[in-house]
Design a protein around this ligand. Structure first.
Ligand code: BG6
Ligand code: BG6
Ligand code: GLC
Ligand code: GLC
Length: 955
């Protein structure tokens, strides 16, 4: 049983290899040292407080406790406890009865301590190997030590105990929040007093150790950040035969007579439950060989368990040891000589010394691992210690410490005895768990505001339907919040369009100028485009008068490029915007080598315009991020024409002004003739669709269809969505450029989702649930969460660490827990947006189905916008919702790859052709009826279908 230093170093190396094996995902199933993740991630930080119940089951004594952890900072813990017996018939009987017994004891405790009325969280110290997937759950892998209750192995002990407590429904109202091993409890107890403590060791009835491992090394748990406590269950070291060379005949004999033969072989060489028995077996052999007690036999020496650890401890006591030995041997009915007593004492020393040596070797392996994890040359650390053998054996601690220091000379180890057992630590874990639970509840409460029930979504769909009808009717139209604007686009392109066109695309994330070449027949379109920046000062009209100067390609300047001022220049702000646009066109023409070219132009203008024809559009009001003054109520085509005139450099024929939804529908309609809806889920939110002329009371004529730009972003502006609007939506609205307007858009589109998220994060931080309660300057900054960041954060492929990195890039210094919450917030906000879109769209397709009197409708929706394109879940949720809310419509979603510029060009192509045909017609009529040329416009106006922009197949 004497182990040389060399052997101990060898055992240490073997244990290091075992730990590695237990931590590996592939190797863990066959590892004997199980290295169980405990889901305890941090040592106490002193902020824990509250009142907790605690159970301590599995050591030599079973205790129930009440632990009061005091106010922050004071580190004051008060405990009241009571021991209860654990008779063999209970711990080796039926599992259900075992848990019922435990629940009975708990109920008794609460009664005697008058705690019945209180709802207290409970931490369970359960000193057996449990597989955990979270803190409040643990599946017993196997009983060890003295326990062997039936039907418990392989089941979750937390739910078993919870079930048992149901019997005491009236008296017991407790929530088991944490299950911890006694080693973990010990480590936490000691760490409360010494923050260096990162290892817990038990040398008691059984033996075991836990320590803080780097998450990146724990393959069984997701995540790489920080550390987690690992319960090594080192008692099972050697169960695979790894220690056969050092096991003796006594170890084998002891094992055969144990409750769990072949198991816990390391523990059986070390811990209190077995030490006395090892001594007995050795003495028996020596006596049989006539080496002790004058060859006399004692029947007591034959009885299993007759020598206990406390005897061994007493016999080894300094000074009294020899006298104690004599007394103990006499009690066993043995006549011991002086020499016998010395020999027996020596046997005890050999056995307990081996125990300390083996523990030291395994502990040295853990310390080395910690040192290597931290990449330190020297490690300073504290080991929390507990267990009766360690506590009552007079020489044990000294020996253990000495050997550890010899085996790992590069570690400065402090051994700290846990005076109060493992419960204090378990209470710390429970305190943290209960804080997390309370915080969780608060967070869930906030997120619940964004969860819409099916009924609510059906409600949104039906209200949208009502608003659509309102907007179409002449009487109700003026008051309608969903404006339902006729676009004078009456059909889809048919493939005969051709020519070279300019297009402008203003109002989405990017402002583009495009050259579109359409070749007829082959449906082939070539596009050249350039993105230009529109400085914030121009967009929002807040800047000083500027030099419209050079159009600025976006690649060369940030979006809010500071514009040079030219003192003394006066120009209305609207002029600035349109002059800037013309400047960009000039730059583009230059760039394309088309200087001076006179091309027809289609203008995608993504704001609500009241149109009187395809080339007339009065801006009703700005939305999204635009607020340039002197534009509302003006015709955008006129404003553009005038700006071109002012520049006096080139001439352009502005043929059509179209909303982006319409451009998108056209772009997609060019490929798929079934496309009768255009949807934008981008900076803003809007939808257009082909409506029956007979339903559009604002435009004369009942034949065919016309595209209606719904401007559904204004849905809810009359308060009809107030039941689902949250305080955060209201805050976003109040901080926007157009308070009270575009409420549906503000709940759904990219420009606002990030703002909603930001408002929620500010609130959660105020409640102390995030960012350690500190609202950073960054978090106060409007617009930091662009749609692309939301999309990145929500990507499933991202590990938590990457989410954290994105947040850090945004200037938000978050912990791992923060990152989880931020991701959840983003998820709740974007899900609601997608569902609301789905409900709105369901209203439209259902209307189309009913209007056409179809049982089933097959329809294609052309979609564009960064939210739809970039977000990992938005499109799926939107589609699912439409399916759910419009089950009789078979909706195909077609992504517009080319943007709405292409659609605008197609519209321009047809409009141009019709313009010419119309002029020729009028001329012909003029000739026939000799009408004066000045009446030409009047003539066109008289005939509604002429005023319309009719595409080929519209009639
Ligand atoms: C106690 C702890 O102090 O020590 C228990 O509170 C632990 O959780 C026990 O199991 C271990 O020692 P023993 O000797 O009682 O098994
Ligand atoms: C683009 C279209 O693809 O998408 C624009 O060409 C449209 O017309 C835009 O406004 C909408 O998306 P976002 O996200 O850029 O606002
Ligand atoms: C046994 C148990 C272990 C416990 C130890 C000390 O080894 O399996 O979980 O920590 O005893 O009580
Ligand atoms: C805003 C505009 C609307 C546009 C939408 C998408 O809602 O008012 O015209 O279609 O944004 O860009």
């Amino acid at each position: 049983m004497r182990l040389s230093d060399e052997t101990l170093l060898d055992i240490m190396a073997r244990f290091q290899a075992e730990m590695q094996k237990g931590l590996g995902k592939d190797t863990n199933p066959t590892a004997s040292v199980k290295m169980l993740p405990t889901f305890v991630r941090a040592i106490p930080d002193g902020s824990e407080n509250g009142e907790f119940l605690s159970l301590d089951l599995g050591g030599s004594k079973f205790r129930v406790l009440k632990v009061q952890v005091s106010e922050e900072g004071k580190r004051n813990v008060q405990m009241e406890s009571q021991f209860y017996p654990t008779p063999n018939e209970i711990i080796r009987g039926n599992g259900t009865e075992l848990f019922e017994y435990v629940a009975d004891c708990l109920a008794d405790f609460m009664r005697t301590k008058e705690l019945m009325q209180k709802k207290l969280p409970l931490g369970l110290t359960f000193s057996f190997p449990c597989k955990q997937t979270k803190l409040e759950e643990g599946v017993l892998l196997s009983w060890t030590k003295k326990f062997k209750a039936r039907g418990v192995q392989g089941t979750d002990v937390v739910s078993s105990l919870t079930n048992a407590m149901r019997k005491h429904k009236q008296d017991l109202d407790v929530d088991i929040l944490a299950l911890v091993n006694d080693t973990v409890g010990t480590m936490m107890t000691c760490a409360y007093d010494d923050p260096y403590c990162e290892v817990g060791v038990i040398i008691g009835t059984g033996t075991n150790a836990c320590y803080m491992e780097d998450m990146s090394n724990i393959e069984l748990v997701e995540g790489d950040e920080g550390r987690m406590c690992i319960n090594t269950e080192w008692g099972a070291f050697g169960d695979d035969g790894a220690l056969e060379d050092i096991r003796t005949e006594f170890d084998r004999e002891l094992d055969l007579g144990s409750l769990n033969p072949g198991k816990q072989l390391f523990e059986k060489m070390i811990s209190g439950l077995y030490l006395g028995e090892l001594v007995r077996l050795i003495l028996l052999k020596m006596a049989k060989a006539g080496l002790l007690f004058g060859g006399e036999k004692s029947s007591a020496l034959h009885i299993k368990g007759k020598i206990e650890t406390r005897h061994v401890a007493a016999m080894e006591k300094y000074k009294e040891g020899l006298a104690n030995t004599r007394e103990i041997l006499t009690d066993l009915g043995l006549e011991a000589s002086e020499a016998d007593c010395v020999a027996v004492q020596h046997v005890c020393t050999v056995v307990s010394f081996r125990s300390a040596n083996l523990c030291a070797a395994a502990l040295a392996a853990i310390l080395t691992r910690l040192r290597e994890n931290k990449k330190l040359v020297r490690l300073r650390t504290t080991v929390g210690m507990d267990g009766t053998l360690y506590k009552i054996h007079p020489q044990y601690p000294k020996r253990l410490h000495k050997v550890v220091r010899k085996l790992v000379p590069n570690c400065d180890v402090r051994f700290l005895l846990s005076e109060s057992g493992s419960t204090k630590g378990a209470a710390m874990v429970t305190a943290v768990a209960s804080r997390v639970q309370a915080q969780r509840k608060q967070i869930d409460k906030v997120l619940a505001l964004f969860r819409l029930t099916r009924e609510q979504l059906v409600g949104v769909r039906d209200k949208m339907r009502v608003e659509l009808e309102y907007g179409l009717k002449r009487d109700t139209h003026p008051l309608a919040t969903v404006k339902m604007l006729p676009t004078y686009v009456c059909g889809m392109p048919d493939g005969t369009e051709k020519g070279k066109f300019l297009a402008l695309d203003l109002g989405g994330t990017n402002f583009r100028v495009l050259l579109v070449k359409i070749r007829s027949g082959r449906r082939s379109v070539r596009m050249y485009n350039k993105i230009f920046a529109i400085p914030l000062e121009i967009m929002q009209g807040t800047g000083e008068e500027v030099n419209a100067g050079q159009g600025v390609p976006r690649s060369e300047v940030p979006a809010c490029h500071p514009i040079q001022c030219r003192p003394g220049m006066t120009a209305a702000l609207s002029l600035q915007l349109f002059d800037h646009i013309v400047q960009c066109i000039a730059d583009f023409l230059d760039y394309m080598g088309l200087k001076g070219a006179q091309l027809p132009l289609g203008f995608t203008f993504s704001f609500p315009c009241r149109q009187a024809s395809i080339d007339k559009g009065t801006l009703i009001e700005w939305t999204k991020g635009f607020k340039a003054t002197d534009c509302e109520g003006e015709d955008v085509v006129d404003m553009l024409r005038e700006a071109i005139k002012r520049r006096n450099e080139f001439d352009l024929d502005i043929v059509a002004v179209v909303n982006d939804t319409v451009g998108t529908m056209m772009t997609c309609g060019y490929e798929d003739r079934n496309c009768e809806v255009g949807l934008i889920a981008g900076t803003g939110s809007n939808m257009c669709y082909m409506e029956e002329m007979r339903n559009i009371e604002l435009v004369e004529g009942d034949e065919g269809k016309m595209c209606i730009n719904t401007e559904w972003g204004g849905f809810g502006d009359n308060g009809c969505l107030d039941d689902i609007r949250t305080q955060y939506d209201k805050e976003v609205d109040e901080g926007s450029l157009n308070p009270g307007k575009q409420r549906y858009e503000k709940m759904t589109s990219g420009m606002y989702l990030g703002e909603i998220v930001r408002q929620i994060l500010i609130d959660l931080t105020k409640q102390g649930l995030l960012f350690r309660g500190q609202i950073s300057e960054r978090l106060r900054t409007r617009g930091i969460f662009e749609t692309k960041f939301l999309s990145q954060i929500e990507s499933d492929r991202l590990a938590l660490l990457q989410v954290r990195r994105i947040l850090q890039q945004l200037g938000l210094d978050s912990t791992c827990e923060d990152s989880i919450v931020v991701k959840e917030v983003c998820g709740a906000v974007s899900r609601r947006a997608a569902e609301l879109y789905g409900a709105g769209l369901a209203a439209i397709v259902e209307k189309r189905r009913e209007d056409q009197g179809f049982e089933h409708l097959k329809i294609t929706v052309g979609v564009d916008g960064t939210l739809y394109k970039l977000h990992p879940h938005f499109s799926r949720i939107l589609q699912e919702t439409v399916k759910e809310l419009a089950p009789r419509c078979d909706v195909t979603f077609m992504l517009s790859e080319d943007g709405s510029g292409k659609g605008a060009a197609l519209i321009t192509a047809v409009a141009k052709r019709l313009q010419q045909a119309r002029r020729e017609n009028v001329k012909r009529e003029q000739k026939l009826r000799s009408i004066q040329p000045q009446d030409e416009e009047a003539l066109i106006a008289r005939e509604p279908c002429r005023k319309l922009f009719m595409l080929k197949d519209s009639n």
